[in-house]
Design a protein around this ligand. Structure first.
Ligand SMILES: Nc1ncnc2c1ncn2[C@@H]1O[C@H](COP(=O)(O)OP(=O)(O)O)[C@@H](O)[C@H]1O
Ligand SMILES: [Mg+2]
Length: 322
């Protein structure tokens, strides 16, 4: 459940295919969220496929809020460019509609994937690594996403991660006044860190670390931590080693200062925990790197044993000839 006033966009009739918003021609609908709808589109001057998010404006308080979120999202996207972010192609206004066009991701959200498919260890590793890279870039640009969750992590058919939906983003205080302590904090219940409810002035990198803790717990178990009664992920999913449980819990600590200091530290620890396991199930991919390390160790031991045997034989021969 999104925690902000639903605006007119939720009730708005869908845009007809062929509608022009600036340089973009609207096609079919891709998804609907709290703010309105996202459409497939084509950029007219070069045929570039796009995803266009529309924010219908009205004179109500909710309409004003939609306008503020549009500006915030456009502002955040304009300062970002990364292979693991659905990068902006353009934005503008057309009548009472504000819109943001971004790269079209041909794939599905992690939320949809969790419902429709079974992910392997190879998928887990790539999603963790690429989401981590995107968030590191976002944070180093002075932005906190504030709404990390599986439906905002898109995965292309080729398996690449693209982060989307910067409608709740906050800027580091040096950048924009609207990140002030008095500002209301938005997000999605279940993924929001305690400080998003209690102390918006404390929102920072560790707020996204918390949401990513919940997101990866859900990726492994298909449930939210509360719903599972805090069952360790390793008990729900045989691919997850017990070492990963401690990493997930640390990311979701109530006390912000006890969480990982950065997303790269968290994702690095999680990958390491996933990597360092003994086989417990038949999934061969899970053991890709662990298996390679085992084989390398075996080869080293065998070559040391062979060298030792050769030395003993040599010493025996030398001894005999004396
Ligand atoms: N760049 C994109 N490419 C493909 N699909 C997208 C893109 N952006 C959004 N979508 C689809 O639209 C849905 C809602 O988009 P999102 O930006 O999360 O809006 P909201 O703020 O309404 O949640 C996403 O979950 C996804 O299915
Ligand atoms: Mg969303």
């Amino acid at each position: 459940m999104k925690l902000w006033p639903r605006n007119a966009g939720c009730r708005q009739a869908p845009l007809a295919p062929g509608t022009r918003l600036g340089n973009f021609e609207i096609g079919g609908i891709l998804g609907r969220g709290g703010m309105g709808a996202v459409y497939m589109a084509v950029r007219q001057n070069d045929g570039q496929p796009a995803a266009v998010k529309v924010f219908p404006r009205d004179n109500t308080a909710a309409g004003e809020d939609a306008r503020a979120r549009f500006e915030r999202e456009a502002d955040a996207l304009c300062s970002l460019c990364h292979p693991n972010i659905a990068n902006i192609l353009g934005h503008g206004s057309c009548g009472v509609i504000d819109y943001i066009a971004s790269e079209l991701v041909d794939g599905a959200s992690l939320e949809q994937l969790l419902r429709a498919t079974t992910l392997t260890m190879r998928h887990y590793r790539r999603i963790i690594t690429e989401t981590g890279r995107a968030l590191d870039h976002i944070h180093s640009s002075g932005i906190i996403h504030c709404d990390i969750k599986p439906s905002n992590i898109l995965v292309s058919r080729g398996g690449a991660v693209k982060i989307t939906d910067f409608g709740c983003a906050r800027f580091a205080p040096r950048r924009r006044a609207f990140s002030g302590a008095n500002e209301k904090s938005w997000g999605t219940a279940g993924y929001m860190a305690p400080e998003q409810f209690d102390a918006p002035e404390k929102i920072g990198i560790q707020t996204d670390v918390y949401a990513l803790g919940v997101t990866f717990y859900k990726m492994f178990t298909r449930r939210l931590p509360g719903q599972a009664g805090c069952v360790p992920a390793s008990r729900v999913n045989a691919l997850v080693p017990p070492a990963a449980d401690a990493v997930l819990w640390r990311a979701m600590k109530t006390d912000q200062s006890e969480r990982y200091a950065s997303v790269s530290e968290y994702c690095g620890a999680l990958i390491e925990a996933l990597d360092d396991i003994a086989p417990r199930s038949g999934d061969a991919e899970k053991y890709d790197s662990a298996g390679t390390r085992m084989r390398a160790r075996l080869i080293l031991i065998l070559s040391l044993a062979a060298t030792l045997a050769a030395l003993i034989v040599l010493a025996a021969l030398v001894f005999k000839t004396r």
